[in-house]
Ligand binder design. Structure first.
Ligand code: ADP
Length: 499
């Protein structure tokens, strides 16, 4: 398409002004060539009226001045040829009055119109801005609606909105997909049809309670798919209220817990298996250590007999061998006894009130000889409360830890043992601290395992089962045991017991 160039504004204005001058000139020529007086003012007012369409602000006044000059010129031109007593002077006066009345009217109308235009353009601007803002917020609303809708539809939860008569008014794709229905098949029907028959009574009860003000949180139910398969879910319900506080509709949110249930069942089965295996092992350890004692006793007593009756008949190698046999059988007896004790922990024991101060005081009495021999100082500051526990086992726990604290003391340094406790929400945390040889970080994880020792028998005697005992006693009470220590700087054994 050809590019049509519009005429520039100043050319248009020049043409309009020229036309005004032309009309005024024609009227002037008519005026001076008409011999009689005519209503020249009325004719000039045409030019004034025409000035309405001229763009410049005060143009009507300028045109008015031009017309006045032309009227006066016309009168002067004609006055010589007109007879005495004609009304030319009066006519000219009236013409000028008419011209200026016109000028005033046109100017007033023009400025009124300009004001109107201004108001109009202002109004237009406001309407434009309002429309723009409206469009913007409409767009934002559309976006947030799209975000909400995609969140709602693609949520992992199965969601539905339910009327007070339990009719489904809205649901998401997740619910429809998981249950194998189309949305239309769900909408308008009672929420009950989505649930498994086994869960209906529970659902009805929960909803009854909800309408009476109780909440529905993590209620375990089963949904039923279109093909009849049950799905384990937990249900949470919230509601949207009317202004008067009554429920407008309820929001149902079901979470599929099939996978969780499967894992939980697996875990329970595994724990049961583990417990059975543990029991089997304990039984085995008990029987083995119990039955081993008999032949061991025979070997020991015959070795002792041999040593007592025939020692003098042996040469030096024979005597050494006899000593080794006696030592080894003695150690084995200790080990078998320790193993038997270990397997007996908690067996046939009954829970009773355990008072820690009483236990520590009794232990101090029982160990008084050892305490004096080793010049040990035992200080304690523990809570004076009694908790339910296995008393003999708890005594054994304190005994093992105190004996270790004495046994693993530094050479030439008197052992100092500090027993303290901290009352927490559901448990008491104990600490048995010593000033002994300490345990390096890398070995700390091993010491609670059965028969694990960090030293040779020559350095410190023992079977390596004491802390395993402690661990088992703590497990029996559902607590925790651990150590904080560094080599050469003493050790702190912590354990917790439930209150
Ligand atoms: P045992 O005392 O018969 O060696 P335990 O099971 O009681 O066996 O202890 C295992 C190991 O833990 C010990 O051999 C020792 O190395 C270390 N241990 C236990 N208690 C302490 C302690 N209070 N200070 C330093 N080391 C310790």
């Amino acid at each position: 398409m050809a590019n049509q160039k519009s005429t520039p504004l100043y050319v248009k204005n020049a043409i309009l002004f020229s036309i005004a001058f032309l009309i005024a000139a024609i009227i002037y020529i008519i005026d001076i060539n008409v011999p009689s007086s005519i209503a020249i003012g009325a004719i000039y007012s045409l030019v004034i009226l025409y000035s309405w369409i001229l763009p410049t602000k005060n143009i009507s006044i300028y045109i008015g001045i031009l017309c006045t000059i032309l009227i006066i010129l016309g009168m002067t031109e004609k006055s010589a040829s007109l007879p005495q007593g004609s009304l030319e002077g009066f006519n000219t006066f009236i013409a000028i009055i008419v011209v200026w009345v016109c000028v005033t009217l046109v100017s007033a109308a023009k400025s009124g119109y300009a004001g109107l235009e201004k108001v109009l353009s202002l109004l237009e601007k406001k309407v434009f801005e309002r429309t723009k803002a409206l469009l913007k917020s409409q767009k934002e609303l559309e976006i947030s609606e799209r975000i909400y809708s995609s969140l709602y539809e693609n949520s992992n939860e199965m969601l539905a909105s339910i009327k007070n008569n339990n009719e489904v008014i809205r649901c998401n794709e997740t619910l429809a997909n998981k249950l194998g229905y189309s949305k239309d098949e769900i909408l308008g029907r009672s929420i009950e049809f989505l649930h498994d028959e086994n869960s209906l009574a529970n659902l009805r009860n929960s909803l009854k309670g909800y309408n009476e003000g109780k909440s529905i949180k993590n209620a375990e139910l089963q949904l039923k798919t279109n093909s009849g398969k049950a799905i384990d879910v937990i249900l949470n319900v919230s509601s949207s209220k009317n202004n008067d506080g009554t429920i407008a509709f309820k929001r149902f949110s079901w979470t599929d817990i099939t996978e969780l249930k499967r894992i939980e069942n697996e875990r329970i089965a595994y724990a049961e298996k583990l417990e059975a295996k543990n029991k089997e092992l304990e039984q085995f350890a008990f029987i083995a250590s119990h039955d081993l004692q008999e032949p061991l006793r025979t070997v020991t007593s015959f070795s002792e007999l041999l040593s007592n009756e025939y020692r003098t008949q042996f040469d030096e190698t024979g005597k050494d061998s006899l000593n080794f046999i006696l030592e080894a059988t003695g150690r084995m007896q200790n080990l078998v006894k320790a193993l038997l004790d270990y397997s007996r922990i908690g067996k046939d024991a009954e829970m009773q009130q355990v008072n820690f101060i009483e236990i520590i005081e009794n232990l101090k009495k029982d160990l008084s000889l050892k305490i004096t021999e080793t010049n040990t100082l035992i200080e304690y500051d523990v809570v004076d409360v009694a908790v339910m526990g296995y008393k003999d086992e708890v005594r054994q726990l304190f005994l093992n830890l105190i004996l270790n604290a004495i046994k693993f003391g530094k050479k030439e340094v008197s052992p100092i043992i500090k027993i303290s406790s901290l009352k927490k929400q559901n448990e008491i945390q104990f600490c048995i601290a010593d000033n002994g040889i300490g345990i390096s970080k890398e070995h700390q994880h091993k010491i609670f395992k059965i028969f694990k020792r960090l030293h040779s028998r020559n350095e410190y005697d023992g079977t390596g089962i004491g802390l395993a005992h402690c661990q088992k006693i703590i497990d029996l009470h559902g607590g925790k045991i651990w150590v904080e220590s560094s080599l050469g700087k003493g050790s702190k054994f912590f354990f917790t017991l439930k209150t």
